[in-house]
Design a binder for this molecule. Structure first.
Ligand SMILES: NC(=O)c1ccc[n+]([C@@H]2O[C@H](COP(=O)([O-])OP(=O)(O)OC[C@H]3O[C@@H](n4cnc5c(N)ncnc54)[C@H](OP(=O)(O)O)[C@@H]3O)[C@@H](O)[C@H]2O)c1
Length: 297
C-alpha cells in the first residue's frame, strides 16, 4: 500500500507516523493491511497543498492508494482575521487534493471539526445534522468538507474536536505550562465539547480508511466536559496543585466565536466499523503519563 500524509509535522500527522511506524496505537494494533506500507510524509516545505499544480503532480506521480490530509489552518482566531488564508488552506487546498485523488483513483481522508456546528443548544450532533458555523475557521472547514465530497467519490470526512497530540501545540500543554509557571489559572466553564487524543483519532482514521464506507464520520473520545472541567482533570492527572477558577466566555473575549456546546455523536463509526474511542478521561490520563517520554524535547 502507498500512502501520502500531508501536514505530516502537525499533531495528527505525527501520531499517524507513530502508528504506521510501530503498527500500534494506544488503544490497539492497527489493521494488518498497513504492514509494509510505503508512506510519504509531506510537510509544508515539501508539499504546499495550496499549490494546485504541485499537488496534482505529487499525487499523480505517487500512485497513492490513500491520501490523508492533516494540514490545516488551525488557529481559530487567526482565521477570523485572515479569511483569505483560512479559505486557501482549509477549503481550496482540500479541493486540490480531492481533484488529484479522483484523477489518481486514491482514497482521501479529510479531517474536519466540531466548529462546523453552531453549538447553540445542548444536543449531541449527528453526522447528518445541519451545519451552521459561527466562525471563519468553521466556515472554511465546512467548505473544505463540501469540496472533498463533491470532487472525490472515494472520500472520508472525519470530524474531530479539542485535539491534543504528543508533538506540537495544544491546550493541554498550554495549561500544564501555565499551571507550573504561575500556580493559578482561569478557564471558561460555559463551552463544552469532546477532548480527543490524536493517537486515538489516528487509529480510527486508519480503520475507517481501510473500508469503502465513504462519507462523513464523527470521531471524538467519549464524554462531554467544559474547558474548566478538562483543565481540572489535566492538573489532577499531572499531580500539579493549581489555584484553578472557572470563568465565562464573556470574561475572556476572543476574535472568533466558539460553539457553546459542540459535543459530537460517533454514530457513523458505531454503525460501520464500531466505535472504539475510549473515554476522554482515560485518553487524557494515558497522554499525561506518556508526555515526558513522547512529547517534544
Ligand atoms: N487542533 C484541534 O484542536 C483540532 C480540533 C478539531 C479539528 N482539527 C482538525 O484536525 C486536523 C489536524 O489538526 P492538527 O491539530 O494536527 O493541526 P496542526 O498541528 O496545526 O498541524 C497542521 C499542519 O499543517 C501544516 N501546513 C500549514 N500550511 C500548509 C500548507 N500550505 N501545505 C501543507 N501543510 C501545511 C503545518 O505546517 P507548518 O506549521 O510548517 O506551517 C502543520 O504541520 C486539521 O484538519 C484540523 O482542522 C483540529
Amino acid at each position: 500500500m502507498r500512502i501520502l500524509i500531508t501536514g505530516a509535522q502537525g499533531q495528527l500527522g505525527n501520531e499517524l507516523r507513530r502508528l504506521l511506524t510501530s503498527g500500534q496505537a494506544e488503544i490497539g494494533p492497527i489493521p494488518l493491511a498497513y504492514e509494509g506500507a510505503e508512506v510519504s510524509y509531506a510537510n509544508h516545505g515539501s508539499l504546499d497543498i495550496t499549490d494546485a499544480a504541485a499537488v496534482s503532480s505529487y499525487v499523480g506521480e505517487g500512485h497513492f492508494d490513500l491520501v490523508v490530509n492533516c494540514a490545516a489552518m488551525t488557529n481559530v482566531d487567526a482565521c477570523e482575521t485572515n479569511r483569505a488564508s483560512a479559505f486557501a488552506l482549509n477549503a481550496q487546498a482540500p479541493r486540490n487534493l480531492a481533484c488529484a485523488a479522483r484523477m489518481a483513483g486514491s482514497k482521501l481522508v479529510q479531517v474536519s471539526t466540531d466548529y462546523v456546528f453552531s453549538g447553540t443548544d445542548s444536543a449531541k450532533r449527528l453526522e447528518s445534522d445541519p451545519c451552521n458555523p459561527q466562525s471563519v475557521y468553521g466556515e472554511s472547514k465546512l467548505a473544505g468538507e463540501q469540496a472533498v465530497l463533491d470532487e472525490c467519490p472515494r472520500s472520508f470526512v472525519v470530524r474531530t474536536a479539542w485535539l491534543y497530540g504528543y508533538k506540537g501545540h495544544n491546550f493541554v500543554k498550554t495549561m500544564l505550562k501555565a499551571g507550573r509557571e504561575r500556580g493559578e489559572a482561569k478557564v471558561v466553564d460555559d463551552q463544552c465539547g469532546n477532548p480527543t487524543n490524536a493517537n486515538d483519532l489516528a487509529y480510527e482514521i486508519l480503520k475507517i480508511a481501510e473500508t469503502d464506507n465513504y462519507g462523513i464520520y464523527h470521531c471524538t473520545n467519549d464524554g462531554t466536559v467544559s474547558w474548566y472541567g478538562f483543565t481540572q482533570a489535566i492538573y489532577k492527572d499531572a499531580g500539579i496543585d493549581v489555584d484553578l477558577r472557572p470563568c465565562t466566555t464573556d470574561e475572556f473575549p476572543r476574535p472568533a466565536k466558539r460553539p457553546a456546546f459542540s459535543s459530537l455523536d460517533n454514530a457513523h463509526l458505531r454503525a460501520t466499523i464500531g466505535d472504539e474511542m475510549r473515554s476522554w478521561q482515560d485518553a487524557l490520563a494515558t497522554y499525561i503519563h506518556n508526555l515526558d517520554e513522547l512529547g517534544d524535547k
